[in-house]
Design a protein around this ligand. Sequence first.
Ligand SMILES: [Zn+2]
Length: 209
Amino acid sequence: MVRIIRKIFRIISIMFNKLIEYFLKFPGIGPRQAKRFAYFLASQDEKFIKDLSGEISDIKNKIKQCPDCFRFFSRSDLGGKRSDLCSICSGLNRDKNILMLVEKDVDLESIERAGIYNGKYFVLGGVMPLTGDKNNLRFKELFDKAKNYKEIILALSANVEGENTARYIEKILEPLKVKITHLGRGLSTGAELEYSDSETIKNALEGRK
Ligand SMILES: [Zn+2]
């Protein structure tokens, strides 16, 4: 029985090989899910496939990365005709003394949705794994930017990797003598900002130290 199942999996893998390889590059997707996605696509009609391919090929025309905070945003949300920046970075009512550092775009969205923060943002691009690998994280850009602010709020996940990353940031920003605060413990251990509700985020922000 096990041999038959293995054989079926091998056949599936060969059929969708390339597609599965792509899905495996998605965050949090393992081989089983990748195969499930491939099967799902195979079961859809041509219109669905055409529309989806169209959306994917058009993504670079529709979405832009802000050169200041590094978040992705819709080109229709440009912060002004002559600006290259997103609407948050070019917003005149934003407090330009406070910079909140988040791991990823969805965290920024959660905080914006809570509607209680009015400073600027910086998307780091993830957290440092315990191996200490710093690839793809914007520490250099953060250092260059941090000197222009009075306070940097570290809004990183309350887990080992998040705390590890926070310690590293404190170390590299030390020469700048900028005030560094952490979101309060309203966020329970292991909680991710992405899944936190507005009230939790509000308490964490007010309780920062
Ligand atoms: Zn921006």
